[in-house]
Design a binder for this molecule. Structure first.
Ligand code: OAD
Length: 249
């Protein structure tokens, strides 16, 4: 892609940048975006009907099994060139903050040193009664993870519909957005709040907004640069164009 000169010189000198990723950033790793259909057994359910505290209360086994299926589906999934390009960009921009709505952990796997995971991480669980987080667990007789401390059910450490986002993470995401000179929105439909408000917080403080997406979103009319295409292709090209370097595997 040929990038406008104005965009290249803006990025070449940027000191403070925030980047927000959504499911589209993982699409080229082989993961379905959130608004795609589900397969097989799970196609009869809408994610909204499964990813809620009420659903877990009603039928913990069903929800536990759905997450086990999702974890299995992302086993073996690897970061794509877009994830790696963000690691490279973070090394060039001194005040770089990476914020993600994805729960797949692929940014960390690619080597991004710090990631604000606004919607949690599917590889972790926590006790329904407390907030201790764990990366491994034992399952009880019906297959649901049990808290080693209190024996209560474990649940995935992700944000469900109707739940608040982790306060400290949300505050850090807004702080980085207000502070940045450039806000990069990548592979997100820009409709799910409060993450969708982050580029507006940046724009209200004078930041330039750059969006990378295969199709326009409600944010597109507010952007300074809309780069239409796949993030796994555009991000490495952009990095090469601005910092004059190719990314090595
Ligand atoms: P969506 O599935 O809503 O949107 C994915 C976006 O990625 C769409 O705008 C696609 O056009 C775009 N896209 C697809 N492939 C792409 C590619 N290769 N390169 C660039 N863009 C691509 O996913 P999110 O916006 O992440 O929340 O959804 C936000 C939240 O909605 C999720 O985190 C989830 C859901 O409710 C929770 O679970 C709390």
């Amino acid at each position: 892609m040929k990038f406008p000169n104005e965009l290249i010189s803006l990025l070449a000198s940027v000191q403070w940048m925030a980047a927000l990723t959504g499911a589209g950033a993982s699409q080229e790793s082989g993961l379905r975006t959130f608004r795609d259909g589900q397969s097989g057994l799970w196609s009869q359910y809408k994610p909204e009907e499964l990813a809620s505290p009420e659903a877990f209360q009603r039928n913990p086994k069903l929800i536990w099994d759905w997450y086990a299926w999702r974890r299995e589906a992302i086993k073996g999934v690897r970061p794509n060139p877009g994830h790696y390009a963000l690691v490279q960009i973070s090394r060039k921009v001194p005040g770089f903050t990476l914020i993600t709505q994805n729960v797949d952990g692929l940014h960390a796997m690619a080597g991004s040193p710090e990631v604000i995971e606004l919607h949690g991480n599917i590889h972790r669980v926590r006790c329904v009664r407390g907030d201790g987080v764990a990366g491994d667990w034992e399952e009880g007789p019906d297959g649901i993870g049990l808290c080693p401390k209190c024996g209560g059910f474990l649940r995935p450490d992700v944000v469900w519909f109707g739940e608040e986002l982790p306060r400290a993470y949300l505050a850090a995401a807004f702080e980085a957005s207000r502070k940045c000179e450039v806000f990069l929105s990548i592979g997100t439909s820009s409709i799910v709040q409060p993450a969708a408000a982050l580029p507006y917080a940046a724009r209200n403080r004078g930041a330039r907004i750059i969006e990378i997406n295969v199709e326009p979103t409600p944010l597109t009319p507010k952007t300074d640069h809309f780069l239409q295409g796949k993030s796994g292709e555009i991000l490495p090209e952009l990095f090469a164009a601005v910092w004059n370097r190719q990314i090595r595997g």
